[in-house]
Design a protein around this ligand. Structure first.
Ligand code: FES
Ligand code: FES
Length: 214
């Protein structure tokens, strides 16, 4: 009998490890239900999280599984940041965190506790647009506009990356500051998909702003 209990416990542990490494979807639903694993994985845990978003501090009690994107849109009602794929593949959710652009759908809010977040709402206002926003308007860098907040946040951070000398995949000489070139901008913006195909106008807008900066 003792041996049997040991075997049951081992099986349960194996299920937990398997689920965490391979995803619960890979397990038969009956196995998940029988193991009690479902309730363990779905029990919400809350944590206090502080974020400074567009220079305003927010202290939020959050389910630890909440992504930064969902906090911005659903908790802070900053809906300028868009949810496209929710899987890190389109760039619509790009925001700037502590000076670096990230896909906010790929990071949990609690992982960014204490961080400074800039969204499209924090770059400029309708009365006082950021130079990159002005350039996108001037060059028609959008059609439907769904990808545009992510494109603009990404573009602002791209110019900072070049200015700081960070190389990209197409930087030929790693011992020198990256050149400002269409190839560099295209490569660095390649994570931001535009389903309307406004790419050439987006490049024109970024190049114009870069001309006064890099
Ligand atoms: S919504 Fe985040 S990358 Fe698509
Ligand atoms: S402007 Fe429509 S997806 Fe880019």
């Amino acid at each position: 009998m003792d041996d049997l209990n040991q075997i049951n416990m081992s099986r349960r542990e194996v299920l937990i490890v398997s689920a965490l490494s391979a995803g619960v979807a890979a397990l038969p639903s009956t196995a998940v239900a029988n193991s009690g694993l479902q309730s363990e994985l779905h029990t919400p845990t809350n944590a206090k999280t502080s974020l400074v978003v567009n220079q305003k501090r927010y202290d939020i009690d959050l389910d630890t599984r909440t992504t930064l994107l969902d906090v911005l849109r659903d908790h802070l009602h900053l809906t300028g940041t868009k949810k496209g794929c929710d899987h890190g593949q389109c760039g619509a959710c790009t925001v700037i965190v502590d000076g670096r652009r990230i896909n906010s759908c790929l990071t949990l809010a609690v992982m960014n506790d204490g961080a400074n977040v800039t969204t499209i709402e924090g770059l400029g206002t309708p009365d006082k647009l950021h130079p990159m926003q002005q350039a996108f308007v001037k060059h028609d860098g959008y059609q439907c506009g769904y990808c545009t907040p992510g494109q603009i946040c990404s573009a602002v951070a791209v110019l900072d990356e070049i200015q700081q000398g960070k190389p990209s995949h197409v930087t030929a000489n790693l011992t020198e500051k990256p050149l400002l070139s269409v190839d560099e901008i295209r490569e660095r913006m390649s994570g931001n998909i535009c389903r309307c195909g406004a790419y050439s106008n987006i490049i024109d807008a970024i190049t114009e702003v870069a001309g006064g900066k890099v």
